[in-house]
Ligand binder design. Structure first.
Ligand SMILES: [Zn+2]
Length: 504
């Protein structure tokens, strides 16, 4: 009898611990497989000496730490500027960059210093799942994307076990697309029923490619536009609209008066004089050691970047950087194969936002961070704020994938039927309209740019109204002001009027 009771107790324990929420062998029948959100760069803090008295968060860098490092080099820095000694200036900058970021550097095997870790990485917990609930997958952005792929594989298995579902949905933001690319390349798409890529640098981003080739430039038009495009997203609190409008006017006036040109010329001279040393002694030894950052370099820049960044010709770091080239080269085929097998796919990217104003390729249309052509897997795009060339437009045979503003031709994308474009959408900015599209993607049987009446292939983001509208034609400041008569939009209208006048 005793034996029987203990056997029974054992059975109960095994039964209960195998799957806390479900009877053994029984799955969840809610009909909605769980969502795993694969976060962007910086999704988790990176810390030096975690748990010790000397603990310091290195990423995202905290302002106090930044300022204390700046304070240390300030005397040297100001003296260098005063006596115009670029050698001294670059030494001070090198010291500053290294004191802020130096400990983030990886070794020649692509491994972190032992005391620099991401101590708060999530493990899936609980079985709560549904359209408004996701499991957050985070990672140390510096490391090899295939290491994240291995962890994501375990994470997916744990989520499946916790929820009693045999598949999951992957929603990837920005660098999450890098993790996805490595994952699909190594593990395939088994057990995945939906893939969403939101502003993902699937084929890289020009800012990384150009920076890793040393092509840095400060240009007044791009600097002004970058500021102007960022203004509507400022959280200034009181009198938002008035401050935004005033800043916009100020930027445009400064550019008109040549002030910004002057600042840029000074910056360019500085880059020319001090750039080599800052690159060689600070930027290359820190960021050049991170396979995660290498994953942003587009194929067309890669060979030059290997030379410029002095990537070692062998060893762990070399192997990890090169391994990811396969993930990037295969992402188009991997997604096509997944779609063919019934995986529902939504790739969505922004366009017509001025990109980071530090690289020579500042005309490349983007969401401000990731170029539209790389996020969309191959769209042909006009320069930022411009339509495609007349000669290109007149040669297009299939106009089904041409945007109504003539800025984007999506026919060359890897998956044109599954790729959406949002004009004036800043990189990964929250937007309730776009979230609504994601919900449709996750709950519909048929997912393509023709599936949802409200969400055509080309949309325009309205940040103030927190929604998107179908693009019907070229950007029109008058129409924008009529729809939303704010002070900022009035200033925009006024300036576009003057610009038109000067152009004519
Ligand atoms: Zn369920």
């Amino acid at each position: 009898m005793k034996k029987l009771i203990s056997l029974l107790i054992c059975a109960v324990i095994v039964f209960c611990s195998a799957s806390p929420a479900f009877a053994a062998g029984e799955g969840c029948n809610c009909g909605f497989s769980p969502i795993i959100y694969v976060g962007p760069l910086g999704c988790t803090p990176i810390v030096r000496d975690s748990g010790e008295e000397t603990e310091q968060q290195l990423w995202k860098i905290d302002t106090g730490f930044l300022l204390s490092n700046l304070k240390a080099v300030l005397p040297e820095l100001s003296k260098a500027i005063l006596i115009r000694d670029t050698d001294m200036l670059s030494d001070a900058l090198v010291e500053f960059v290294n004191s802020c970021f130096g400990d983030l550097a990886l070794d020649s095997e692509g491994k972190s210093k032992e005391n620099v870790t991401a101590p708060e990485l999530n493990i899936p917990q609980g079985n709560k799942h549904g359209i408004d609930s996701d499991y957050y997958f985070d990672y140390d952005f510096r490391l090899d994307p295939y290491e994240h792929a291995d962890r994501l594989h375990d994470f997916i298995e744990q989520v499946k076990a916790l929820t009693g579902h045999s598949s999951v949905k992957l929603k990837c933001s920005s660098m999450g697309g890098v993790v996805l690319s490595a994952y699909l390349d190594k593990y395939g798409y088994d057990g995945i029923d939906v893939i969403i890529c939101r502003c993902c640098p699937l084929l890289g981003t020009a800012v990384a490619g150009e920076a890793f080739c040393g092509k840095i430039e400060i240009n007044s038009t791009s600097l002004t536009r970058y500021g102007e495009d960022a203004i509507p997203f400022l959280e200034t609190g009181f009198a938002d609209d008035f401050i935004e409008g005033t800043l916009y006017a100020l930027l445009d006036t400064l550019r008109g008066a040549g002030v910004i040109d002057g600042i840029c010329a000074l910056g360019d001279k500085l880059i020319k004089d001090a750039g080599d040393k800052v690159f060689g002694k600070a930027l290359i030894p820190v960021f050049g050691t991170m396979p995660g950052i290498w994953a942003f370099v587009p194929e067309e820049y890669f060979d030059d970047a290997v030379k410029f960044m002095n990537l070692p010709s062998e060893g762990g770091l070399h192997d990890k950087v090169y391994a990811y080239r396969n993930a990037m080269a295969n992402i188009e085929d991997n997604l096509r194969a997944a779609r063919k097998d019934g995986v529902k796919i939504c790739i969505i990217c922004g366009y017509n936002v001025q990109r980071t104003p530090l690289v020579t390729l500042w005309k490349s249309t983007s969401d401000g961070t990731v170029d539209t052509k790389y996020a969309s897997l191959g769209a042909v795009c006009g320069d930022v704020k411009e339509p495609l060339d007349e000669s290109y437009l007149s040669g297009i045979e299939n106009r089904d994938y041409l945007s109504p503003d003539n800025m984007i031709d999506a026919s060359a994308c890897a998956l044109p039927e599954n790729t959406w474009f949002v004009r004036d959408w800043l990189h990964c900015n929250g937007n309730a309209g776009i979230d609504e599209l994601f919900n449709l993607v996750m709950t519909s049987d048929d997912v393509s740019v023709l599936s949802f009446e409200k969400f055509s292939q080309f949309l325009e983001a309205d940040d103030d109204a927190d929604t998107v509208y179908p693009v019907t034609g070229a950007p029109d400041e008058y129409a924008r002001f009529k729809a939303r008569p704010s002070y900022l939009n009035f200033i925009r209208l006024l300036f576009s009027f003057f610009k038109g006048l000067f152009k004519a």
